[in-house]
Design a protein around this ligand. Structure first.
Ligand code: NDP
Length: 487
């Protein structure tokens, strides 16, 4: 069994506890992980605070911080194959996806490396004579970054990149499910030369480690990605330290297909939207909303594509759908699919376990027209597509917005004016037209409603890791005339 270590104050060490990590493709233990408990969390936060307030990092120019981020980006690119293999092994996410995604993660670090010395304060045209007033942008403080098991390197890069560019220090908590890639990434942080304590990487269980971290009195900001239920617990914890929060949560994203769409292209995008990453994606287009006149034709294309998907070992480059990360996730999916069938949803394809060992579930399509199906409401985080149909554009909008979430949406049409109308009327943080699942470090990412608040990616994300300080300097040598009148 491989052994991994946590990274606190520039040192690699075992945690207060240890636990085994399972390989989801075989359902057997393959590695031993360090479990951080409250005392480890406390040391990590103290190290991050010390690095923030004194020493090399605090004294560094923004340009020097940028250079460290460039070095980290190069190391991520050079080590992408190894990191991808670890992520695949520990989470079951297919190697085809982890390889491409981690190579691209390097670009996120490059983007924020370039931004580090472009974060500017401002000079105010103040309404008083003999007074210079300006805003300094300073790092917000020690950041707790919490990520779920899927895409941990990507989801941590969108926090680490802007936070480090802004001069913050961090404690990153990897999920207990599949922490291997982030713990290995700590070695690259070390090699890049970040001063001790700037980045600390730990893992442990949510209710103990995650909770201790998010209510720690020295945490100034919590950058959280995960489910809405956990987010509510995190926000409650933040009532203790009054930390600000940014929350990237789940979704039940609509994928709207009009009759005039290029159906082949839309079907490929729908496959990418719900079966890529085995559906374990926050932006999964899990509700197909299709114009009634083409419903049967479109479902026939989708069914053929779903049934042709290669299911297999996630470490095989030819595999298109691998296992789910955990048994509990598969259990939730199985239960929800069954209860949807019980209330009248019709199985178009899939719905069961393929022959493989491990936590596999076949790509599944459920026709939910005319029934109140739990699969339409519940985020399943798996390869299950629920289908609804509409007659008019207004119906399409109503169905698309009929969710407590609001992370992403897809619209497929060749009608330009309708496409523009839909982008305005759909309530979601991201709307893709005639494409799906595209992301970039340059484009902000985040949701509405129960999908959270705050944005990751883009310039604003770096500014969100700063706080402004208003500086007043009186430039007159005349004595202050009247101490009882504010000027
Ligand atoms: P969870 O909400 O269960 O876990 C997310 C993280 O929070 C994990 O590191 C978890 O630790 C930790 N955690 C659990 N309990 C607490 C607590 N009380 N205090 C602090 N931290 C805690 O999410 P899942 O792992 O189930 O991930 C799937 C969810 O993430 C889905 O809803 C998905 O949509 C969402 N997601 C959102 C994305 C976005 O950008 N909007 C991107 C990717 C996923 P541990 O795992 O150790 O319990």
């Amino acid at each position: 069994m491989q052994r991994f270590q946590q990274y606190i104050n520039g040192e690699f060490e075992d945690g207060s506890g240890r636990f085994e990590s399972l390989d989801p493709a075989t359902a057997t233990p393959w590695a031993e992980m360090p479990e951080a408990r409250e005392a480890d969390v406390d040391r990590a936060v103290n190290a991050a605070e010390a690095a923030l307030l004194e020493g090399n990092w605090a004294a560094m120019t923004a340009t020097q911080r940028g250079k460290l981020l460039y070095r980290l980006a190069d190391l991520v690119a050079a080590n992408a194959p190894k990191l991808a293999e670890l992520e695949t092994r520990d989470t079951g996410k297919i190697i085809r996806e982890t390889s491409a995604q981690i190579a691209y993660v390097a670009d996120y670090y490059r983007y924020y490396a370039g931004l580090a010395d472009k974060i500017e304060g401002s000079f105010l045209s103040i309404d008083k004579p003999d007074m210079d007033v300006w805003l300094r942008r300073e790092p917000v403080g020690v950041v707790a970054a919490i990520v779920p098991w899927n895409s941990q390197l990507f989801l941590s890069a969108v926090k680490l990149g802007p936070a480090l560019a802004a001069g913050c220090t961090l404690v990153v908590k990897a999920s207990e499910d599949g922490p291997a890639p982030l713990l290995e990434f700590a070695r690259l942080v070390h090699e890049a030369g970040f001063p001790a304590g700037v980045v600390n990487i730990i893992t442990g269980f949510g209710p103990s480690c995650g909770s201790a971290l998010t209510r720690h009195p020295k945490i100034a900001h919590i950058a959280f990605t995960g489910g809405p239920g956990t987010a509510a617990a995190v926000v409650r914890n933040s009532a203790e330290n009054l930390a600000s929060t940014s929350l990237e949560l789940g979704g039940k994203s609509p994928f709207v297909v009009f009759a005039d769409a290029d159906l082949e292209s839309a079907a490929n995008a729908q496959v990418a939207g719900i079966f890529a990453a085995t559906g374990q994606s926050c932006v999964a287009g899990s509700r197909l909303i299709v114009e009634a006149s083409i419903k049967d034709r479109f479902l026939a294309i989708l069914k053929a594509k779903a049934e042709a998907i290669r299911i297999g070992s996630p470490l095989d480059m030819a595999t298109e759908v691998g296992p789910l990360c955990t048994e509990r996730q598969r259990a939730l999916i199985e239960k929800t699919v069954q209860s949807s069938l019980d209330v009248g949803a019709r199985l178009v394809t899939g719905g069961g376990r393929p022959k493989q060992e491990g936590y596999f579930f076949t790509p599944t399509i459920l026709d939910c027209d005319g029934v109140v199906s739990p699969s339409v409401e519940t985020e399943l985080f798996g390869p299950v597509l629920s289908v609804l149909s509409f007659e008019t554009e207004a119906d399409a909008v109503r169905l698309a917005n009929d969710t407590r979430y609001g992370l992403a949406a897809g619209v497929f049409t060749q009608n330009l004016t309708r496409a523009h109308r839909m982008t305005k009327r759909i309530r979601a943080g991201i709307v893709w037209v005639n494409t799906y699942r595209a992301v970039s470090p340059i484009a902000p990412f985040g949701g509405f409603g129960q999908s959270g608040h705050g944005r990751e990616g883009g310039l604003q994300a770096a500014l969100d890791y700063t706080r402004t300080k208003t500086v007043w300097v009186r430039t007159s040598d005349d004595p202050i005339p009247d101490p009882f009148v504010m000027r």
